[in-house]
Design a protein around this ligand. Structure first.
Ligand code: 6PG
Length: 233
């Protein structure tokens, strides 16, 4: 069972960036590498910019950026989570391409998922791990309780073996690429970034562990779970 903490913050962006930087320093000290999975959507954009600003002296070549999920669009599409990270962090703070593992949303979804899973599996094997373990997995939560692209009622939510899958989301009538619960729950730490304006009843039910909501099913097997919630959320 994961150790968990709920932090309500009236300085959300700054506190989120500080938490990421603190975890980076811990991971680099422990293993000489910081494996960070980025979340998509809108909330993280200012957090990534602030993280880049305060992490200027971080050795980007020792950071490996992955993506918890991606829309099935080209990397320059305004819907692309990669584009959002590129604009807010990678370009402004000169993160080398070698530190970024992009999900190829522009190709056939099952192929893109298999390709990404193979890449993570290879990295894990190189470290003698059975499954790739993120040092920090950033996640958001949608108003339906989805996280990454694990939407209620979709097939990916029940995946118990695969680490990365393609997932058709009927409510969006679109395909997504997403890490699965088996991979998410191998993280050493998960940090949910919950910006302002989120439904308080939803948050209350998710924090109470209501597994009708996918976000409530994130529980790192040997790790920490932290919820950072903007005070006016
Ligand atoms: C995505 C995200 C998704 C996001 C939530 C919350 O690709 O959209 O990975 O899971 O975290 O939808 O989005 P906001 O933080 O923008 O509300």
């Amino acid at each position: 069972m994961a150790e968990s903490a709920v932090i309500r913050s009236d300085n959300f962006v700054s506190e989120a960036a500080e938490l990421i930087l603190q975890r980076a320093r811990e991971a680099l000290a422990e293993r000489g590498e910081f494996r960070l999975a980025l979340s998509g959507g809108n909330t993280p954009r200012p957090v990534y910019a602030e993280f880049g600003r305060i992490a200027r002296d971080l050795a980007w070549e020792k950071v490996r950026f992955t993506f918890g999920d991606e829309r099935c669009v080209p990397p320059n599409d305004e819907q692309s989570n990669y584009r959002m990270a590129r604009e807010s962090l990678f370009v402004p703070f000169a993160v080398p391409d070698a530190s970024i593992l992009r999900m190829r949303g522009e190709i056939d979804p099952p192929l893109a998922a298999q390709e990404y899973e193979d890449q993570l599996d290879l990295l894990a094997t190189q470290r003698g791990e059975m499954i790739y373990r993120h040092d920090l997995m950033l996640l958001g939560i949608g108003d339906d309780g989805h996280t990454a692209s694990l939407f209620p009622g979709t097939l990916a939510l029940n995946e118990q073996m695969r680490r990365v899958v393609s997932n058709f989301v009927p409510k969006l009538q679109s395909w997504r690429l997403t890490m699965t619960l088996p991979l998410l729950n191998q993280s050493r730490q998960v940090l949910f970034l919950v910006g302002s304006g989120k439904n308080p009843e939803l948050l209350e039910r998710v924090l109470a562990g209501d597994e009708a909501f996918p976000a409530a099913r994130v529980s790192p097997e040997n790790g920490h779970l932290t919820w950072l919630i903007a005070e006016d959320a």
